[in-house]
Design a protein. Structure first.
Lengths: 295, 449
């Protein structure tokens, strides 16, 4: 290795160090501690039965864990899919010219700048059975008291949770897909149109394969967030059985300290489930890319 | 490979730390104060030297937050101490912080929490984890405002916290009673229940118009405890629940709590939103207040002697709200406290703050501004001071103090609270098919873990 090569290599290492140290020390350290605690290592509470798989055993052995897992995946998947459909539609619309487009381009990004908690508060204020909508309906005399308003929030259908996720993530997916669309230009679509392809065929055979990288990366991020998110299902969810992050929080928040280890086992389970799904998703995508001849 | 090694050594260090490390100066001060060898002037001088005090407390009450900033902070500033109020969403956060710091080796004088507003299981945890400053409360000059003579049954509220002897490691700050309020615009006077049986028949006629806070929140736990007391098959009310978990066999506890739990199961189909599939239990105080204000529920039960008076004043309660006696003979009464953790960095300043909080002036001001009941004992005060306390109270609405006193009951032992709460979660929330006896036995086994 020449001196020059060595200098470049050192510079490269220096560039990598900040993110690497954050990942290894903070993230890696927390991960190791979580794993240790979930396996019975918590001497500061006077508990040390390491290695002890009973926390995972009792968690996975209970039926409610699987119900919670199903709810978690259901909210995450439905919201991601809805946001994907709306986001892609919006991106395709934005690429074309229409009156007022300049304003619309700023308007659709608004939810990106508003925090989740504010979105949740908006949902509570508007949609709850004591909320603005119910009061308007009661005032109009359609129902006798606001409490009779049909329940939108706090049910296990999760309309409130899904609404907040979709509201927040549609612009995110739009942004990602729109950027890819701008990059690829419209020539291939136009060529297909000239050759007589119909609109559906153009989208599925020409546009979709090209925007797929944007779709995969943005849905990956949204899905991972939705699986691990806590506030929306906590505030807008239907109570027991809760999603897994809420279950974990309940264990942590209990004044009974022994439950904290059960909480750690729940957190680790969320990590395992999310990890497996995301890696499977990426693996399928990579195979597809390779079949398409891309690397 | 290096990072891995350092994490492992960190873990090893954590495992090794089970005794207090100590800042020698702070340790000397603590020993001197606890053994009675530090006069109060020296404590105040040291407090001014420390210059600040970090009090961690539940920040969900705006009136209390304002009082801390506008009244407590200036009072402490006069003593040369800057008050740093840390508002937390749950007391457990502060307890977690103290324990986390303790386990990472921060000992006497080296932590970051000087004082926590606390009671019940959280105090029991600190005590069990040996994370307390020590028996300071009776050495404060203002401790003369409190009854410490244990031959007087009224002293129990000062020396026992949820049945756990507190060894004066915390000073009483406020006294509370679990009182229910009714929205009298929606419920006729003759329909207001005074027993659990009457509540049940009210709910059968008016389904969905009541709910209680979800255990393990303490407001929910307390409702469950009252139901358990009232349905005690021996008719001995709260008495057997004063014992610690070590003194009562699981089968016996199961027998005592079964009727109460079964009662709660039986009203479940008529609770809020139960018609839509599953009943809704609010998560906390704020959510409960919201349901009551919106007219979604007709009764609201929580700790709040003056909650109605204060709620009407600031508009968080419906206009026709008033208090009522429910359930007869089992309205749980307790105190809440200020505790100094063992690794408090400004322990002298914390002592000065604790002493100020136990003064008549601060209690009167807290009553007037926040509506938090007095934590000091009226009969220990001069007639004039006792009257100031009475006059400062925002007032009861719909009940008299005599009625509340006549129906008072003590809290459940903190160790039993864990078991009863676990039983509620298993039987009522998770609809477990196991018998109550099996559930209690499992909860006992988990405690021993």
């Amino acid at each position: 290795m020449t001196a020059r090569e060595r200098r470049t290599r050192i510079l490269q290492m220096l560039q990598l160090i900040p993110i690497l140290s954050v990942l290894v020390i903070l993230f890696g350290g927390a991960l190791v501690m979580a794993l240790l605690q979930s396996l019975g290592f918590a001497p500061w509470f006077g508990i040390n039965t390491f290695p002890d798989f009973s926390y995972f055993g009792s968690l996975w052995g209970s039926q409610t864990f699987w119900v919670s897992l199903w709810l978690t995946l259901y909210y995450a998947t439905v919201s991601t899919l809805l946001a994907l459909v709306f986001g892609t539609m919006l991106a395709l619309a934005l690429i074309k010219a229409f009156p007022g487009k300049w304003l619309y381009k700023y308007l659709y990004k608004l939810p990106l700048m508003i925090p989740y908690t504010v979105g949740i508060a908006l949902a509570v204020i508007m949609l709850s059975s004591g909320g603005v909508l119910s009061r308007i309906v009661a005032f109009a005399g359609l129902i006798d008291d606001p409490g009779q308003f049909p329940q939108i929030l706090k049910t296990h259908y999760g309309w409130g949770i899904i609404a907040v996720y979709v509201w927040k993530q549609t612009p995110f997916i739009t942004l990602a897909v729109y950027a890819v669309l701008l990059g690829i230009g419209r020539e291939t679509e136009e060529a297909a149109a000239i050759l007589g392809a119909r609109r559906g065929a153009i989208f599925f055979r020409v546009t979709l394969p090209q925007i797929l990288p944007g779709i995969v990366s943005s849905t990956l991020i949204c899905f991972a967030f939705n699986v691990g998110a806590f506030e929306a299902p906590f505030i807008l969810g239907g109570g027991f059985p809760d999603t897994l992050p809420v279950v974990a929080w309940r264990y942590f928040n209990d004044a009974d300290y022994t439950l904290q280890l059960q909480g750690m086992a729940t957190v680790v389970s969320i990590g395992i489930v999310a990890g497996v799904i995301l890696f499977a998703y990426l693996w399928v995508y990579r195979r597809y890319e390779r079949r398409m001849g891309r690397h | 490979m290096k990072p891995k090694v350092s994490i492992l050594s960190l873990v090893a260090a954590c495992a090794a730390t089970s005794v207090w490390a100590a800042d020698p100066d702070d340790a000397a001060f603590r020993d001197a104060f606890l053994s009675g060898n530090a006069d109060w002037a020296a404590v105040e001088a040291r407090a001014a030297e420390e210059g600040g005090v970090n009090i961690y407390y539940w920040g969900g009450n705006d009136l209390l937050n304002i009082w801390m900033d506008r009244v407590v902070a200036p009072a402490m500033a006069e003593k040369g101490v800057t008050l740093n109020p840390v508002r937390i969403t749950g007391t457990k956060d502060a307890v977690d912080l103290v324990l986390a710091e303790k386990h990472s080796g921060k000992g006497i004088g080296q932590g970051s929490v000087d004082m926590i507003w606390i009671n019940g299981e959280n105090f029991a945890t600190l005590k069990r984890q040996d994370a307390l400053f020590g028996s300071f409360a009776q050495s404060l000059p203002n401790s003369v405002n409190l009854e410490w003579d244990e031959s007087d049954p009224r002293a129990m509220l000062n020396v026992r916290d949820f049945g756990v002897p507190n060894d004066s490691a915390e000073v009483p700050w406020s006294g509370e009673q679990y009182v229910c309020a009714v929205n009298s615009a929606r419920v006729a006077d003759e329909d207001v229940p005074s027993t659990f049986a009457e509540l049940k028949s009210y709910l059968e006629a008016n389904p969905g118009k009541f709910t209680y806070v979800k255990p393990p929140h303490y407001l929910g736990n307390t409702f469950v405890q009252e139901a358990v007391y009232a349905h005690n098959p021996d008719g001995t009310g709260a008495t057997p629940f004063q014992q610690s978990v070590d003194d009562i066999a699981p089968e016996e506890l199961a027998r005592l709590i079964a009727p109460g739990i079964e009662y709660l199961q039986s009203i479940e189909p008529n609770l809020l939103d139960a018609a839509g599939g599953s009943p809704r239990y609010p998560e906390d105080n704020k959510a409960l207040d919201g349901l009551f204000l919106n007219g979604e529920i007709d009764f609201s039960c929580k700790f709040g002697l003056y909650a109605v008076a204060k709620g009407l004043e600031i508009g968080t309660y419906p206009e026709a709200a008033k208090q009522f006696v429910f359930p007869e003979n089992t309205m749980i009464k307790n105190k809440n406290y200020l505790v100094i953790p063992g690794n408090a960095p400004n322990s002298a300043a914390a002592l000065v703050l604790a002493n100020w909080m136990a003064s008549v002036d601060s209690q009167v001001s807290k009553l007037e501004s926040v509506g938090m009941p007095s934590g000091i004992d009226g009969w220990k005060l001069s007639a004039e001071d006792a009257e100031r306390i009475v006059n400062a109270s925002p007032g009861l609405i719909g009940v008299t103090q005599a009625e509340l006193d006549a129906n008072a009951a003590p809290d459940t032992n903190a160790t039993l609270v864990d078991v009863i709460e676990a039983t509620w979660l298993e039987v009522i929330e998770r609809d477990s098919t196991a018998s109550i006896e099996e559930v209690v036995a499992t909860a006992y086994a988990n405690l021993g873990k």
